[in-house]
Design a protein around this ligand. Structure first.
Ligand code: XIL
Length: 361
C-alpha cells in the first residue's frame, strides 16, 4: 500500500492496528534500528541513540510533499489533535478513531514510532466529562478511556503522555496542583490511577508526565519547576511508574533563559530517577524584525537549549511541534513568525542546521 492509499483507508488501517506491529520497547529510540536517509534529522539523532520527531495533524499528510518530508526526517510522530479526549471519546460510550487511525497507519507504513498524546488533560475534553467525573464515576470512566486507547495502539505507541499539564502554581494550592475538574472530582487519586492504568494497559510503552514552562529562567518558570518536581516525587512515593518528564519546550527568543539554572533542574530530575524528553519544541522569534535576523536568533536558541538538555541529561527524544512553519499553531498569534525547522515552502532554515549540528555532537 502506498502512503496515500493508507491515508485514504481508515478502515483498513484499523485492521492492522489490532493485529500487531512494531512494538516500541521502553522508549521511542527502538525505531532507530530501521534505515534512515543520511543527512536527515532522523539519521543524525539516531546515530547518537536518540529519536527525533514531530507533531503532526492527519490532514497535513494529504500533501504528499509534506508527508514525504515527515517520513524522511522523523523517527517518531505525535498526533497534535487526533488522540485527545475531545476527539476520540465524544460520548460516554462512543469512541471515534477515524483520523487517529489514519495517522497511526501512516506511521506504521513508514516505520515510524508514535508518541501518544494525551490520556488526561484539563483542556480539549468533551462536554459530558466534568459532570460525569463529579458524579462519582471517575475511576470507571478513566479506566475505560485508558484501556481502550492503550489497548488499541499498543503496538504503535512507544511513549504515552499519560497526564498533561496537571500543575498550576497560580491556583494557589500548597501542593502546586492545578485546581482542574479532574482534581475536584478525584483529588490526587486521578493522577496516581492514570499511571497505574497506563502501566497495566501499555506495559511496553514509556510513561510520561508532560508539562510546559520548565525551560526558562523567569520566576514563574521556577515555580512551575518546583511544582513539577513535587508532583513527580509524590507519584514516585505512591509507587507508580513515571519514566520521563516531557518538557514541552515552547520557547521564545527574548524570554529569560539560563543554561545554569536549566542544568540544575535537569540534575534534580536525575536525582528523582526521571529522564527528561523534549516533546513539543518550537522557538518563537516574533520579537525580532527581519527574516534573516529572526532565523538566526531562533536557530541560536534551538542550539543553546538543546545543547544544554542533551549534554546535561539522558534525554533520548526530541520532538518539534510541527516541521514546517506552515503548520505551526504559533502562527495564529503572529502569521509572520518562523518557529520551526522548515519554512512554509518546506525549505530547511538555520534552525534545521542547528538541530543537525546539535544532534551530531
Ligand atoms: C495544541 C495544538 O497544536 C493545536 O492545534 C490545538 O488547537 C490546541 O492544542 N500543549 C499541549 C498541546 O500539550 O496539546 C497543545 O497543542 C499545545 C500546548
Amino acid at each position: 500500500m502506498t502512503r496515500r492509499q493508507v491515508l485514504a483507508a481508515g478502515a483498513a488501517a484499523a485492521t492492522w492496528l489490532v493485529s500487531g506491529g512494531p512494538a516500541g520497547a521502553g522508549a521511542c529510540t527502538g525505531v532507530c534500528t530501521t534505515e534512515a536517509d543520511a543527512g536527515t534529522l532522523r539519521a543524525a539523532a539516531c546515530r547518537r541513540g536518540r529519536a527525533f520527531g514531530s507533531g503532526v495533524a492527519t490532514g497535513e499528510l494529504a500533501n504528499p510533499e509534506y508527508a514525504d518530508l515527515v517520513a524522511r526526517q522523523c523517527a517518531v510522530v505525535v498526533p497534535t489533535w487526533e488522540m485527545k479526549w475531545g476527539q476520540v471519546h465524544k460520548a460516554p460510550d462512543v469512541f471515534d478513531f477515524g483520523s487517529c487511525d489514519r495517522l497511526v497507519a501512516f506511521a506504521r507504513v513508514n516505520g515510524l514510532g508514535v508518541r501518544g498524546h494525551t490520556l488526561v488533560w484539563h483542556r480539549n475534553h468533551p462536554e459530558w466529562l466534568p459532570a460525569r467525573l463529579a458524579g462519582g464515576g471517575w475511576r470507571d470512566i478513566l479506566a475505560s478511556h485508558v484501556a481502550t486507547l492503550c489497548g488499541r495502539y499498543r503496538h504503535a505507541v512507544c511513549s504515552w503522555d499519560v497526564v498533561n499539564e496537571a500543575v498550576e502554581p497560580e491556583d494557589g494550592r500548597s501542593d502546586g496542583l492545578r485546581d482542574s475538574f479532574w482534581l475536584k472530582a478525584a483529588g490526587f487519586g486521578y493522577l496516581r490511577t492514570a499511571y497505574e492504568l497506563a502501566a497495566e494497559y501499555a506495559p511496553e510503552a514509556e510513561l510520561v508526565y508532560n508539562d510546559y514552562g520548565c525551560e526558562g529562567d523567569a520566576r514563574w518558570n521556577h515555580r512551575r519547576r518546583s511544582a513539577v518536581l513535587h508532583l513527580l516525587e509524590r507519584l514516585k512515593k505512591a509507587g507508580v511508574r513515571v519514566d520521563a518528564l516531557g518538557m514541552q519546550s515552547h520557547l521564545r527568543v527574548g524570554d529569560a533563559f539560563s543554561t545554569r539554572s536549566l542544568g540544575r533542574f535537569l540534575a534534580d530530575l536525575a536525582d528523582l530517577g526521571v529522564k527528561p524528553i523534549v516533546t513539543e519544541l518550537e522557538v518563537r522569534g516574533d520579537r525580532i524584525r527581519g527574516v534573516h535576523d529572526k532565523d538566526r536568533a531562533v536557530a541560536a536558541l534551538y542550539r543553546d537549549y538543546l545543547e544544554t538538555v542533551l549534554t546535561r541529561s539522558n534525554c533520548d527524544s526530541v520532538v518539534t511541534w510541527g516541521l514546517s512553519d506552515r503548520h505551526s499553531w504559533r502562527l495564529d498569534e503572529d502569521p509572520t513568525d518562523r518557529p520551526l525547522p522548515f519554512d512554509s515552502t518546506l525549505r530547511a532554515k538555520p534552525a534545521y542546521e542547528a538541530l543537525l549540528a546539535v544532534f551530531g555532537k
